[in-house]
Design a protein around this ligand. Structure first.
Ligand SMILES: *Cc1c(COP(=O)(O)O)cnc(C)c1O
Length: 363
């Protein structure tokens, strides 16, 4: 290319999203494709969101409210913090990027597990920082390994709890031991995209007693348990000094009007949230039973997805499942050559997934 690109982004690989439904339907000329590849909510979202979005369509000639004050206040109430502790984002992806841009100087290091959610690495590199990767141990975050990699250049550590893609978790005891070893001037980003699905009380939840530790930045999203992935709305809860920096550099209208209203309505519908969580748990129990009957080894999970070892080339399994109209995620590019990751579907989708998997494994 004749244009000279920024050197620090030269080796960034693009984010690999789950294969879109419509693309598969067109490619294979089939309909009713089932997507279990992006940890989305199969039961949709609250009917209150529909109503709110319809009601606010008429406001779409106006810019969104930059401060998103209604949503910020709702979140503040819900988590017993002040609106100054909250930063809203166009998905939590947005906040990951803001953190990297706000707190990394060229060459500064951000530690993260390997493999991790790809946006950490992409955002750190885009901000001219240096991602430092620490391999998982036994499919879990290696907290000790992260501590060992801390240097004078470390500014930030990314933790995902529950962990994507393996579903593993960090307990209160493990987190406390870890955080004691992290210097005072290092930000600990705790990405809790799946925390609503956790069933085990021992799993660390950074907002149970929020704001005890100014180093902790909690990331949450409406994309998973609330089912609002398409709206793009996520939030961070953090020390007001950190929040002030992120609010300084974010796009003024990063959360659009309908997304703000969808978020407000979603928080107001606890019944839907509970249904969403309960359905997920029922699905997980069903799928684990069925897969165990097939002799398939699944990794334990506290989220709405899990990995399974099929002892076969995962990309081939992915392709064969596609032909049967089911989108799963091959974990090959994450270094797990024989694993796929799936999220829970509706009852019907779960049954169809098991039937298709049986077919594929027989071949
Ligand atoms: C899905 C997910 C998110 C949420 O992303 P949004 O941008 O809010 O949709 C964040 N972190 C992890 C690890 C995820 O899997």
């Amino acid at each position: 290319m004749k244009f000279k690109i920024s050197e620090h982004i030269a080796d960034i690989k693009p984010y690999e999203a789950g294969k879109p439904l419509r693309e598969v339907e067109q490619e294979y000329n089939i309909s009713n494709v089932i997507k279990l590849a992006s940890n989305e909510n199969p039961i949709g979202f609250s009917p209150k969101v529909y109503d709110a979005v319809k009601k606010h369509m008429k406001d779409m000639n106006r810019y969104p409210e930059s401060s998103a004050c209604v949503l910020s206040n709702k979140l503040a109430q819900r988590f017993h913090v002040s609106p100054e502790n909250i930063v809203l984002g166009n998905g939590s992806d947005d906040i990951i990027a803001l953190l990297a841009h706000g707190f990394l100087n060229p060459g500064d290091e951000a530690l993260m597990p390997q493999p991790s959610f790809l946006m950490y690495e992409i955002s750190v590199k885009t901000a001219k920082g240096k991602p430092v990767m620490v391999p998982l141990t036994d499919f879990s975050t290696n907290l000790e390994g992260l501590v060992k990699k801390i240097s004078t250049k470390t500014r930030m550590i990314f933790i995902t709890n529950p962990f994507n893609p393996t579903g593993s978790t960090i307990t209160y005891d493990e987190f406390n031991e870890f955080s004691q070893k992290v210097p005072e001037d290092v930000i600990i980003v705790v990405d809790e995209a799946y925390i609503e699905f956790v069933r085990d009380d021992a799993v660390f939840n950074s907002l149970k007693i929020p704001l005890q530790d100014p180093r902790i930045v909690t990331l949450r999203t409406f994309s998973k348990a609330y089912g609002l992935a398409g709206f793009r709305v996520g939030y961070g809860i953090m020390d007001p000094e950190i929040a002030e920096i992120l609010n300084r550099i974010r796009q003024p209208f990063n959360v659009n009007t309908l997304a703000q209203e969808a978020g407000v309505a979603a928080i107001g519908d606890e019944q839907f949230l509970n249904k969403s969580i309960q359905t997920t748990h029922e699905s997980l129990d069903f799928l684990f039973d069925e897969l165990s009957n097939l002799g398939i080894h699944c990794l334990p999970t506290q989220s709405n997805f899990f990995m399974m070892d099929l002892k076969k080339d995962a990309t081939k399994v992915f392709e064969k499942m596609l032909q049967l109209g089911i989108i799963v995620r091959s974990m090959k590019s994450y270094g797990f050559d024989t694993f796929i990751r799936v999220n829970t579907g509706t009852k019907k989708e779960n049954i169809a997934f098991i039937a298709a998997l049986k077919k594929v494994l027989k071949k």
